[in-house]
Ligand binder design. Structure first.
Ligand SMILES: Nc1ncnc2c1ncn2[C@@H]1O[C@H](COP(=O)(O)OP(=O)(O)O)[C@@H](O)[C@H]1O
Ligand SMILES: [Mg+2]
Length: 238
């Protein structure tokens, strides 16, 4: 057949359940979720506390597995992957950013950002070069030797973003990335994330703040483990 072949979505969740059993109680933290996310999408996952946002992020990030249904990452079924393959997918395909930054507190910004490249067999001098370049891209070219406790919250999150992106992951996953920041610093971090999206990065972000979600072109709202709404917008607040 003629025609341009459409690229498969980078993420496909097909009738996904994540079930917790406590005693004789069964809870579907994800309750039959169907979602496709394509390359270069900018997605917010919103919903009340307990609606399943973190559970969904953990599954997308290969930190957790589905109980039932299928998760395809780059067309590969994550359910068929060994633990080693899962670890490799986490390292190569996913860049994580967390609310609490999760940096190595005793290591310099440069060391923090170099760290994910250790598992890739890249020479130390090259790791250093790439990490200082990445820190330059987030506006911290003059803070390479600072440790996290010598930096502001916004600077720490910039280090975390540089570390998340150092290995060119297919997806940037951020769970409440501005949750620990004041509103001015939050806007600065969102401006940086907006800029990464404009350069082509695929971004999926959990947030409960509407003004943060408003940066995204698509908002998926969860309720009791189900997709309550999935909205794409033409005009996105910058
Ligand atoms: N490890 C766990 N054991 C049992 N229940 C859990 C566990 N993790 C999450 N849950 C439950 O799953 C539901 C969804 O949780 P979560 O994904 O953390 O929600 P959100 O991130 O939207 O606040 C909640 O009812 C929560 O109590
Ligand atoms: Mg959560």
């Amino acid at each position: 057949m003629l025609g341009v072949e459409k690229e498969a979505p980078v993420i496909q969740l097909q009738n996904v359940y994540r079930t917790y059993q406590m005693g004789d109680q069964i809870l579907n933290a994800l309750d039959g979720v169907d979602i496709n996310i394509s390359r270069n999408e900018y997605v917010a996952i919103v919903g009340a506390s307990g609606s399943g946002k973190s559970t969904m992020m953990n599954i997308i990030g290969c930190l957790d597995r589905v109980t039932k249904g299928d998760y395809l990452l780059n067309d590969t079924n994550v359910g068929d992957m060994s633990e080693a393959e899962l670890a490799q997918a986490r390292n190569r395909e996913i860049g994580f950013v967390f609310q609490s930054f999760n940096l190595l507190t005793r290591a310099s910004a440069l060391k923090n950002v170099m760290q994910p490249l250790v598992y890739r067999g890249i020479a130390r001098s090259e790791r250093k070069r790439l990490a200082s370049e990445a820190l330059g891209h987030v506006g911290l070219g003059d803070r390479l030797d600072s440790r996290p406790n010598q930096m502001s919250g916004g600077q720490r999150q910039r280090v975390a973003i540089a570390r998340a992106l150092i290995g060119n992951p297919a997806i940037l996953l951020a769970d409440e990335p501005t949750g620990n920041l004041d509103s001015k610093t939050s806007q600065e971090i969102m401006a940086l994330i907006d800029q990464l999206h404009k350069k082509g990065q695929t971004i999926i972000m959990v947030t409960h703040e509407p003004d943060i979600a408003a940066h995204c072109a698509r908002i998926i709202s969860l309720k009791d483990g189900k997709v309550e709404s999935d909205t794409r917008r033409q005009n996105v607040a910058a």
